[in-house]
Design a protein around this ligand. Structure first.
Ligand SMILES: CC(C)(COP(=O)(O)OP(=O)(O)OC[C@H]1O[C@@H](n2cnc3c(N)ncnc32)[C@H](O)[C@@H]1OP(=O)(O)O)[C@@H](O)C(=O)NCCC(=O)NCCS
Length: 164
């Protein structure tokens, strides 16, 4: 598990209007691997930018801020369901330092606090970093999605599970 003193210097906060420059800087720094696995055709950049200007009530986004820059984010689609869909990304130069775990723990706690039944997500079959993170956090791989390129992951909360 993550050590308690890890990433204590970051702030995790809700996305707000005016965050566009932080977001664009985050995505501009993304290298080829992350773009291919996470941000094909700028899909996720457009999603989070749109949420700044025209927020949808069935979505939640949280940004991780370090030294005034966005270093990661985590979000839910279908937040109005019992099992929302999660997305997550960490700035390329900070990958592999357990910031993904930190953000994931935050998002899991939010879902539990809001009475959700679990979390669903998909990830590219080639996204070994993502799969390692989801395995480490207790997700179960449910198999390959119909499109043949995405794995489906599910984390079902148990009644007695506490906030992390
Ligand atoms: C996927 C992503 C969010 C993971 O975050 P991260 O901060 O890099 O991951 P962490 O450092 O928290 O690592 C989580 C676990 O995965 C393991 N891991 C990390 N990188 C790994 C790698 N390249 N290969 C195998 N395992 C890896 C870690 O060892 C850790 O497990 P442990 O604590 O039991 O050792 C991040 O790499 C990322 O943003 N990638 C680009 C965007 C993306 O792919 N998003 C997900 C789309 S579904």
């Amino acid at each position: 598990m993550i050590q308690q003193n890890e990433w204590n210097d970051i702030t995790i906060r809700t996305l707000k209007a005016g965050d566009e420059n932080l977001i664009n800087d985050f995505f501009d720094r993304m290298g080829g691997e992350s773009r291919a696995l996470f941000n094909r055709r700028d899909y996720n950049r457009r999603g989070v930018l749109k949420q700044c200007t025209k927020p949808l009530s069935d979505r939640c986004y949280w940004l991780a801020i370090l030294d005034g820059a966005m270093v990661g984010y985590v979000f839910y689609l279908d937040w109005d369901t019992g099992v929302p869909e999660l997305g997550i990304a960490v700035r390329d130069d900070l990958r592999g330092q357990r910031l993904g775990k930190r953000l994931m723990m935050y998002a899991i706690d939010e879902a539990k606090m809001h009475g959700k039944g679990g979390i669903y997500l998909t990830t590219h079959t080639a996204n070994l970093r993502g799969q390692a993170l989801y395995d480490a956090m207790g997700f179960t791989c449910m198999g390959v999605a119909k499109n043949g390129t995405e794995l489906m992951y599910l984390y079902r909360f148990r009644n007695n599970e506490s906030i992390i």
